[in-house]
Design a protein around this ligand. Structure first.
Ligand SMILES: [Zn+2]
Length: 277
């Protein structure tokens, strides 16, 4: 079911990981950002759009993780975009013939059967430093940064005051750092938060890739919460973060493991950096 969060901006939530697909109404059809996860959910979204007399005229993937790269045949054949590094990363990963099988292994078994991988990652990279999504609709600013994944983009729907944050600023997921593609994952993540902080005053509605849609008051709250978590990781402290604390309900059987792995990885990194030669 589509829910309006601002004028001409609607959200469709998937059951898997509270994933949010975002629909932006344009003049001749809609822009669809991170369409969703399970087959029946994307089909439902396509159905809702066609009932509303809308077609998809452009797609966008916020970053090169499988749950943001899916598509469903019933959504049509509109061009699908991502940033240049996002598209390059997808291309490289999918050039490995075993890639889709490995992606399927990452999913919970009950979900894996429901996720259509045939149209996964068929995106076109926008030229470096493209400032806006090329489409006939409200201005959508691309705020590209490192931190969570190569070429990750948050999108600011300027005249609607909506920030589509990709996998940043979630109320249910802790910051998940890109530990493999970058020399300084902590600083990258902090820089990304500063970048989002720079547009915070333009935001009335915050839509994270996973979790609850927030109002203007949530923008600084979530930036501060994410920054505190990243500082705790950097300083090898125990974060006092409700998302991985004893009262957490979302992902309680796997998020603490993600947190522990990030800590371990960073500890190994700092050991290595401290080793002379
Ligand atoms: Zn992600």
């Amino acid at each position: 079911m589509l829910r309006q969060v601002a004028e001409g901006v609607l959200v469709h939530e998937s059951a898997f990981c509270q994933s949010n697909a975002v629909v932006v109404q344009g003049r001749a059809g809609v822009l669809l950002i991170d369409p969703g996860v399970q087959d029946h959910e994307m089909a439902c979204l396509a159905n809702d759009l066609s009932d509303a007399g809308q077609t998809v005229v452009a797609g966008f993937s916020t970053h090169p993780h499988w749950d943001h790269l899916l598509w469903h045949a019933s959504l049509g054949a509109a061009p699908r975009y991502g940033t240049a590094p996002c598209a390059a990363t997808v291309r490289e990963r999918l050039s490995d013939p075993g890639a889709k099988a490995r992606i399927a292994e990452l999913m919970p078994p009950d979900i894996a059967e429901q996720v259509p991988l045939d149209l996964l990652g068929l995106i076109t990279g926008l030229p470096a430093a493209t400032a806006r999504i090329p489409w006939d609709g409200p201005r959508v600013r691309i705020i590209e940064h490192q931190g969570h994944a190569p070429g990750h983009a948050a999108l600011l729907i300027v005249d609607r005051g909506v920030l589509v944050a990709g996998d940043m600023l979630s109320d249910v997921l802790i910051p998940m750092l890109d530990l493999n593609d970058t020399a300084d994952p902590i600083e990258d993540y902090l820089a990304a938060l500063r970048l989002l902080e720079g547009v915070a005053s333009d935001v009335d509605v915050l839509v994270p890739g996973h979790g609850s849609v927030g109002g203007a008051d949530q923008v600084h709250t979530r930036i501060d919460q994410d920054r505190a978590y990243v500082h705790a990781l950097r300083d090898a402290q125990v974060p006092s973060d409700p998302r991985v604390g004893p009262s957490a309900t979302f992902g309680k059987d796997w998020l603490p493991g993600v947190h522990a792995r990030q800590l371990q990885h960073l500890a190994r990194r700092s050991d290595r950096d401290a080793t002379p030669g």
